[in-house]
Design a protein around this ligand. Structure first.
Ligand code: PMP
Length: 396
């Protein structure tokens, strides 16, 4: 059957081959250590699950307004005021079906064919595809380890053209947990002051920060930043709710209304009883529940970073956010390990999986072939076992 040009231009996920092979090996009884997960390994806290069960029992099983139930939009507005210092009215918030949907819908709502979107690399794999699907072009800014994998104001300035419609900021980021300091963000905000550039600030990892890392919402930087920013967030990472599919976008009323109109026809409302769970999520038990997970991630992230840096030819910035380490392993490129030529992150991931049964994600699809991504959203025992294997394999 005919497949649209639009669909044809979206490639299969470059990481799927490694993931599929890991699953195949597991099904054959091979003891694979998985560092691929993009989701917390904790269960959703009980108080949130109970709210969904109560909602189901109370018959909350019908459509709601497409942009979300008013109470949830109000609760999100309160959260953004209380925790982020942002003044959004409930009408300025649209609840989406996961943060991924927020990204897609925001781009569909503001981008036109011919527009350029500035995308710092390394980036989350979904951004380039959603930019393409909106008919726009990604202008990628390569970062390096010297700059902590963050773009500089000078790089940003140089990349802006008359066609620049959007800048994507994802801090803390996927794939490395790299987090801009408030001053670094202020300097970037200064560069775009007076332009028409919209900022899409994906803040989904805001709660997962470690050490003395500070988080600030881009929209909270200045009145100018507030006016040009779409603030994206969600429940997947903060509350370990990946399967509930709940995200949201806050921003200028005209854009939020446009997103809600698209949502009217694309999906209608997010799952009704899940929305009731989301209201509960931001309740009084939130801080304690989130902190418990954050502390555990911090311990694992520190352990993983230290172990990686102790390995020959591996350079890993200290994990400051999210639940990923993104070390540079390019010192090993050009080697042949047990018969496998290692000429990039794809070769590295494939050979490591086949020979040492450790599954991780190559950096290439994130725009950084020198690196690999390891998730520490798995138990410390698994982390230890996987890193022992990696260390041994690198020394073979
Ligand atoms: N933004 C980033 C940077 C992510 O890493 C993810 C999840 N991988 C999301 C958004 C979307 O998460 P979800 O759709 O589960 O809310």
């Amino acid at each position: 059957m005919k497949v649209s040009k639009r669909a044809q231009q979206v490639p299969p996920s470059a990481t799927i081959a490694v993931t599929a092979r890991a699953q195949e090996l597991k099904s054959q009884g091979v003891d694979v250590v998985g560092f691929g997960a993009g989701e917390p390994d904790f269960d959703t806290p009980d108080y949130i699950k109970n709210a969904a069960i109560d909602a189901l029992k109370a018959g909350q099983t019908k459509y709601t307004p497409a942009a979300g139930i008013p109470k949830l939009r109000a609760v999100i507005a309160e959260k953004l005021k209380r925790e982020n210092g942002l003044d959004y009215k409930p009408e300025q918030i649209v609840v989406n079906i996961g943060g991924k949907h927020s990204v897609y819908e925001a781009m569909q709502a503001v981008l036109d064919p011919g527009d350029e979107v500035i995308l710092p690399a390394p980036y989350w794999v979904t951004y380039p595809e959603t930019i393409k699907l909106a008919g726009a072009t990604a202008k990628i800014i390569q970062t390096d380890k010297g700059a902590g994998y963050k773009i500089t104001p000078a790089q940003l300035k140089k990349t802006i053209t008359k066609k620049t419609a959007m800048l994507v900021i994802n801090s803390p980021n996927n794939p490395g947990g790299f987090t801009y300091t408030p001053d670094e963000l202020k300097a970037l905000a200064k560069v775009i002051e007076g332009t028409d550039v919209i900022v899409m600030s994906d803040e989904i990892y805001e709660k997962l920060i470690y050490g003395d890392t500070k988080f600030i919402s881009f929209a909270a930087l200045s009145p100018d930043a507030y006016n040009r920013t779409l603030t994206l967030n969600g429940f997947s990472k903060t509350f370990s709710m990946t399967g509930w599919r709940l995200g949201y976008t806050a921003g200028p009323l005209d854009v939020i209304k446009a997103m809600a109109r698209l949502q009217d026809h694309m999906t209608s409302n997010p799952v009704t009883f899940a929305q009731y769970a989301a209201i509960a999520a931001y309740g009084p038990q939130a801080d304690e529940a989130v902190e418990k997970m954050r502390i555990e991630f911090e311990k694992r992230g520190k352990y993983m970073t230290d172990r990686l840096n102790a390995m020959e030819g591996v350079e890993c910035p200290q994990a400051t956010g999210a639940f990923y380490c993104f070390p540079d392993v390019s010192a090993h490129y050009g080697r042949n390990i047990n018969g496998a030529d290692i000429n990039g992150s794809m070769d590295f991931a494939k050979a490591l999986l086949e020979q040492a049964n450790v599954a991780l994600v190559p950096g290439l699809p994130f725009g950084c072939d020198n690196n690999i991504r390891l998730s520490f959203a798995t138990s410390i025992e698994q982390i230890k076992k996987g890193l022992d294997r990696l260390e041994k394999w690198l020394s073979e």
